[in-house]
Design a protein around this ligand. Structure first.
Ligand code: ADP
Ligand code: MG
Length: 629
């Protein structure tokens, strides 16, 4: 038997480790299973190289919990270690790794985020164990089995052992403040969280499995059961396979495997697969987003060689794709670094732009291959796409090929098609193509109707970030302008050269304007006299495009709107000087009657915009009843 001192400068690094990673204690199991997996993969590799004689069988990893003895065992059938290797890899490498890790990050606890996910390896076992034993026998012919023991101080014991099987068994003597890890349910939870897709089968206990009934068995015959290993993981998850091996159904099955609580099927998936200039595989799903379910639980999961790392992919996956689901697996993402470092990392930037490109390419091919199906999905995916167009320039550039602009009648155009379609009728006197849109079919019904009557196309753009998007489109495409249908009278939406003749003279107009202004709240409503078709309503309320858009952009954030103060609610009251009623208002001699007419017409205009509420509405109804008496 040999005892020795582990060569560390810090007298005792374990208290630091324990404190440092307080909330992340549970990662010990993942770390130990990762080591067992590495050792098993190494064995398989050596076997394929012919360096191991004989059959290695189908090695598995086993987890055993003994609550009474307060022990957790992690057993593998991998390459094992000789005494010398334990000295080297456990006493020196693992220790110095842990020490270095603590040195580097002890000041950065607040910035951790992703820190603590990786980097501690074997020594994370001391976060939950007061004593750790290793029993190991190397695959190398003639090597002797060893037992190593350490209680967390720099002192260790190393001696021969009578173990006969190849591989390593780690025995954790669980600390009294970590007894929760002796619960079967806790271990199951951890296995499910971190090890669900690891490449070597992991056994945790046994389970009963029903045998198929023999042919011709009676209907009520009970099938025989046998006891089998309870394998907790799927060692060959879909993302590790070649896309050509997978059917649509396989992708759906994998989606359910990842998100068992999701009942909606995903809309479509994107298989990622790249090995230069970085390694990355994965499958991303466009989910059907529903408003009432908490979206934040089922997120994209990040793996490293099939080991779960985190479901916080901020910085790695571009913001606009955070709403997607699925997995990315890359050994090239540096994990034991802070978020800010991660975002500045060159490889990570490349990964992020690769993902953006793949998503754009997928959207292009979906659009090309089955436009109808794509149009049907548009409503579910538009938010993500529009957000992407706003936030990623590369994505914006490609979006011309798949971004859709639906009309209120559910006809879908690309921007290019739309411009082609509306150009003849909707070009204004300055040669700009004016794209009309509505944000709500119900409340803007009369304006939509009026525009359609004129032969105009009206889009339905109803996502919350539309004002930002059209601002960006106007800024990057030549000669287009977006105007909401209710921002002016239909004759003014697209300004042409032709002028309607006014029934009122300039003088009469000058008399009329102050009369109306006096009867309505001036701070909110600007009176605008227009000579329009005599059949058009006498009064109508519009909200000028610019002010409304700025207000919306401010409300949804960004766009350099900070510090500009609040935009007030501003409307125009458009008065049709060619309408008979307006003539009557002008010519009414009794002041009282004149005021009443204005009030009534004004209220009707407000009513049609949904702006008449409360006391004003009550008064209006009373007045209306009196008028029909
Ligand atoms: P890392 O896995 O990053 O190398 P660890 O601290 O997890 O760091 O492990 C240190 C080393 O100990 C490993 O590289 C490996 O050589 C050895 N080791 C740990 N666990 C096992 C095991 N189950 N079988 C064989 N070797 C192991
Ligand atoms: Mg390790």
């Amino acid at each position: 038997m040999a005892t020795g001192n582990i060569n560390v400068t810090a007298e005792n690094i374990f208290p630091i480790i324990k404190k440092f990673l307080y909330s992340d204690h549970e990662i010990f199991l993942r770390e130990l299973i990762s080591n067992a997996t590495d050792a098993t993969l190494k064995l398989k590799h050596l076997s394929t190289l012919g360096e191991i004689k004989g059959d290695i069988g189908n090695p598995i990893i086993e987890i055993k919990v003994d609550k009474d003895k307060k022990e957790i065992r992690i057993i593998d059938q991998g390459v094992g270690m000789t005494g010398e290797e334990v000295e080297k890899y456990i006493n020196q490498v693992a220790f110095s790794g842990a020490e270095e890790f603590v040195e580097k990050y002890k000041d950065k606890v607040e910035d951790s985020g992703i820190i603590g996910h990786f980097g501690l390896g074997f020594y994370s076992s001391f976060m939950v164990a007061e004593k750790v034993e290793i029993f190991s026998k190397s695959f190398a012919e003639g090597s002797k089995a060893v037992r190593w023991e350490c209680d967390g101080s720099p002192k260790y014991t190393l001696e021969e052992s009578d173990r006969t099987e190849r591989g390593t068994e780690i025995v954790l003597h669980i600390d009294d403040d970590s007894l929760e890890f002796l619960e079967e349910s806790k271990i199951n939870e951890l296995l499910n969280k971190y090890n669900k897709f690891m490449p070597i089968p992991i056994k945790f206990g046994t389970k009963e499995e029903a045998l198929p009934l023999p042919e011709g068995a009676a209907d009520d015959a009970k099938p025989e059961t046998i006891t089998v290993d309870n394998i907790v993981n799927n060692p060959n998850p879909a993302w590790t396979k070649n896309p050509t091996e997978l059917s649509d159904e396989d992708y759906k099955v994998f989606y359910r495997e990842m998100y068992p609580m999701q009942f909606e099927e995903p809309l479509f998936n994107i298989h990622l697969n790249v090995d230069y200039p970085f390694n990355l595989t994965g499958i991303l799903y466009f989910p059907k987003l529903s408003r009432n379910i908490d979206q934040s639980k089922d997120k994209i999961q990040l793996y490293q060689n099939q080991v779960f790392v985190t479901d916080n992919v901020e910085g790695i996956v571009p913001d606009f794709l955070q709403m997607l689901r699925g997995v990315i697996d890359s050994p090239d993402i540096p994990l034991n670094v802070s978020r800010s470092y991660l975002q500045a990392d060159g490889a990570v930037k490349k990964i992020s732009s690769y993902i953006t490109r793949k998503v754009a390419d997928k959207l292009i091919s979906l659009f090309k291959n089955d436009r109808k199906a794509f149009e049907e999905k548009w409503d579910d995916i538009k938010i993500i796409i529009e957000y992407g167009m706003l936030s990623e320039d590369k994505f914006f550039e490609k979006s011309d090929k798949f971004a859709l602009y639906p009309t209120v009648d559910k006809e879908y155009f690309t921007l290019e098609e739309l411009i082609e379609e509306i150009k003849p009728a909707q070009t204004d006197k300055d040669n700009k193509v004016v794209i009309l849109y509505a944000s709500d079919v119900k409340s803007q019904h009369s304006y939509i109707d009026a525009a359609k009557e004129k032969g105009y196309q009206v889009l339905l753009l109803d996502s919350p970030i539309v004002s930002h998007l059209i601002q960006k489109l106007e800024g990057s495409k030549e000669n287009i302008q977006f105007v909401r249908v209710d921002s002016d009278h239909v004759d003014n939406l697209i300004k042409k050269d032709e002028q309607q003749l006014s029934k009122l003279s300039d003088e009469e107009k000058e008399t009329l304007k102050p009369i109306i202004e006096e009867a309505i709240p001036k701070e909110t409503y600007t009176v605008q006299l227009e000579a329009m078709d005599s059949n058009a309503n006498p009064f109508m309320i519009t909200q000028p495009e610019f002010m409304r858009r700025m207000k919306e952009m401010q409300a949804t954030g960004g766009g350099g709107m900070m510090g500009m103060g609040n935009f007030p609610e501003m409307y125009n009251l458009v008065v049709n000087t060619n309408n008979e009623l307006v003539g009557e208002i002008l010519n009414t001699k009794t002041k009282k009657k004149q005021e009443r007419l204005i009030q009534q017409a004004f209220d009707l205009a407000k009513l049609s915009q949904g702006l008449l509420h409360g006391e004003e509405l009550t008064k209006f109804i009373k007045r209306s009843f009196q008028m029909v008496k």
